[in-house]
Design a protein around this ligand. Sequence first.
Ligand code: 5GP
Ligand code: MG
Ligand code: MG
Length: 179
Amino acid sequence: MQNDIQEVLISEEEIQSKVKELGATLSADYANRNPLVICVLKGAFIFMADLVKNITVPVEMDFMAVSSYGASTKSSGVVKIIKDLDVSVEGREVLIVEDIIDSGLTLSYLIELLENRGAETVRVVTLFDKPSGRKVELEAHYTGFDIPDAFIVGYGLDYAEHYRNLPYIGILKPEIYTS
Ligand code: 5GP
Ligand code: MG
Ligand code: MG
């Protein structure tokens, strides 16, 4: 697995210190409130787990699985709900936890869906952002790292379901997806 990585873009230490920083900011911004924190599976599961350990206000959590990519590395624009939420978002302050925003298509769909279901506020925290990939106008309220237009893996992010368990962010050798 390590042999498939061309370059470590963001180290485990850098990620962990950024997640702590985001947790502190969110704890301050949501002081005296009780947000519903929604993890967008599968990519955000490791970020979610590390992030909530650094949030000091009471939160509830739920999980949603959506798919927009199939096995390709580019968004199709078609968002499919694979697993819906268990709880209602009506009247709730919702915080969506995402791994990465590229085109923005997945998130803009999700935000609209949760607003239509009656959420009081919908905010987004994303660990990674590729601003150059946007197809719709969208900005996260909280962002960990801006990254260049490269396909990254690790820390929850996959290529064809592999590499999610790497503790850092890496760029794959080109021959991995051309083979
Ligand atoms: P968007 O709809 O913004 O184009 O893409 C959102 C989803 O595509 C992300 O939540 C993530 O699952 C996937 N994605 C986008 N860019 C990357 C990337 O560089 N690496 C990986 N592994 N997944 C990505
Ligand atoms: Mg995602
Ligand atoms: Mg994926």
